[in-house]
Design a protein around this ligand. Sequence first.
Ligand code: ADP
Length: 487
Amino acid sequence: MNPSRTLCSPLLPQYAGYIDGKWRSAQSNRMLIVRDPATGDRLAEVPDMGEAEALAAIEAADHAWRTPVPTGERKQWLVDIHSKLLANRDELARIITLEQGKPLKEAQVEVDYAAGFFQVFASHLERLKPSTLDKTIRGASWTAHHRPAGVAALITPWNFPLATLAKKLPAALGAGCSVVIKPAELTPLSAIALVHLCEQAGVPAGRVNLVIGQPAPIGKVLCEHPAVRVISFTGSTRTGQLLLRDSAAHVKRLALELGGNAPFLVFDDADLEAAASALMVSKFRCAGQTCVCANRVYVHETVLDKFTEMVAERLSKLKVGDGAQPDTDIGPLINRATFEKVARHVQDALDRGAKRVVGDEAKPPGNDWGNFFPPTVLTGITPEMAVFQEETFGPVVAISKFQSETEAIESANSTPYGLAAYVCTRDSQRAQRCTEQLAFGYIGINTGTGPIPDIPFGGVKLSGFGREGGAEGLLEFSEIQTVAAAE
Ligand code: ADP
């Protein structure tokens, strides 16, 4: 272990969970070790909590939300946390990079992105005002009220440890809910830092609770406890399906942002240089470990060679390494299992006749960390290959060709997932036709950018339902109560 990498931060007052306004260890005294995925350095030990702490957190949250807090005060929390996130941008980025592995410059963007959700949701709290019909119907006046849904469970993954939480937390607090946060066990430190900032912003005890530890027992309590009324989850489709099943008895509201298998269509009329740059932005963010990363690249056959060359040239300039180094473009994969999955996808494609145009053979390191995967371009991809069937979650560009617009759209839609899709064309009518026919919750036209806080984002089909961002993201945490009052 390199002691200089041990994480000691003013934003991490304790390596602990947080229940009812107090920093807590695990009843069992078990601990989880958090490591830097680039080096294996031990960053921290955090409590390995379970059922008992989940229960205590739900009870604290249930008690807290029943004391109403005026909208103006809730708005002030969001405004204050937004400022605190920006004031601590560099330190938060350092924490994200150390526990997640992504390059520092991406971690800084993540902090800005996360802060944006606090600002946007603060600006939408007006939407929670009751609305009354301007006429009497059946002798009554009619009003729709937005009520807080109650306790919300926020379960987040390791790829954006701060931002995925920031998409949910301000919406829930803004709507008047209290929350129980369960971050990914690989990356709990960004969540601790954010909870610390909530505490500093004066959010009262019980409104924000943090339970770090075993996903299955904690998840079970969150699903089965009747006081939890909303589960907002970002993660795998498999876990999302479990949560749906286990929360059915209480008919809970769910917002599920699940896996994707994003197609990226490049037409022969596209600005190829711009399309290649857009692909780089989409594909290599977080070393390819995001659910909106382009996964299946379909290129018109007449521009295939030229486009592949442009991508290869851009790829050769990328620097793979420790995210903490300022010139790194691609950090390590989060763990060995992810590395092995990406390697399996590449090998499967090669075995089935694909060609590796760029990329060395992937050699796993001798130990469990430092899972750097060489950026790879594969051509000659066919639909049955694992790289097209599943989300690869790594720095691999898998390219296939098409002949017609109809074929491109059909291929893009030939997946049970429906999160993000990208279209590169100079023809605006074609862009419109593609947008209308692509069954995805998010479409990027001539851009590889991901979602922004200001407008709703989410998936369809196996990619989930519910929306984050915009006013819609706020309304996921409020219930409408209709009041008819006889005059
Ligand atoms: P990934 O494969 O991206 O890690 P997961 O769905 O396994 O996706 O994890 C996303 C989040 O869901 C993490 O916080 C993880 O701990 C949590 N999780 C995993 N399994 C369960 C479960 N059975 N119940 C509740 N949360 C879970």
